[in-house]
Design a protein around this ligand. Structure first.
Ligand SMILES: [Mg+2]
Ligand SMILES: [Zn+2]
Length: 195
């Protein structure tokens, strides 16, 4: 009886593991509003500029209810450029973790010249998340609003979704969505498809 129960539990957890999917989000322009600075998309530099997309809690809640795990991976070169304080970035991370069912937020604090492994389009943050949180990148989706997100996702073996914006015309990904909610509809539609 005990052995049988054990086997049932093991089968259930194996099925869950197989069905479990992961979504990695870019931060600025996906989870929170982009800030336009001098006509170009930019990152918020203070908490007043940091506005979580109003649709995000409900949209990510639907993924959570479907059993998805969620993470954020964000380039923040303004740290290296001394344009934003580390404490401000930490406060933004805390706001994300408080508002959304996100397990962890990874930040690359470097700039192009630093030659780090984590700055997208390199896949270091995604590989680190998969290692530290024990999930399979080949079953994961990367959602971003820039070519660097798409390239990082591809380099990590993820399916990629571009949230289409005026500033990213011409960027291609595996899927394109008009909004964060539409990106999540896409994942829920294809996430359980046979691979
Ligand atoms: Mg972005
Ligand atoms: Zn880095």
């Amino acid at each position: 009886m005990d052995a049988e129960l054990h086997d049932i539990n093991r089968t259930e957890s194996a099925l869950r593991g197989k069905k479990a999917r992961t979504v990695i989000f870019d931060r600025d322009g996906v989870i929170n509003r982009i800030v336009m600075r001098d006509g170009a998309p930019a990152s918020p530099r203070n908490l007043e500029e940091f506005i979580i997309e109003p649709e995000a809690p409900a949209a990510l809640g639907r993924l959570k209810a479907a059993g998805f795990r969620m993470f954020v991976a964000s380039n923040q070169p303004d740290l290296a450029r001394l344009k934003v304080a580390p404490e401000t970035i930490d406060a933004m991370t805390a706001a994300i973790l408080a508002a959304l069912p996100i397990e962890a937020v990874r930040i690359c604090p470097h700039d192009d010249g630093d030659g780090c492994d984590c700055r997208k389009p390199r896949p270091g943050m995604l590989l680190g998340l998969a290692r530290d949180f024990d999930f399979d990148l080949s079953g994961a989706f990367m959602i971003g609003d820039a070519w660097k997100d798409v390239h990082a996702g591809r380099a990590a073996g993820c399916k990629t979704i571009l949230v289409a914006r005026d500033y990213n015309r011409g960027v291609t990904a595996d899927f394109k969505a008009a909004t964060l909610s539409e990106a999540i509809d896409l994942i829920l539609a294809v996430g359980d498809a046979p691979r």
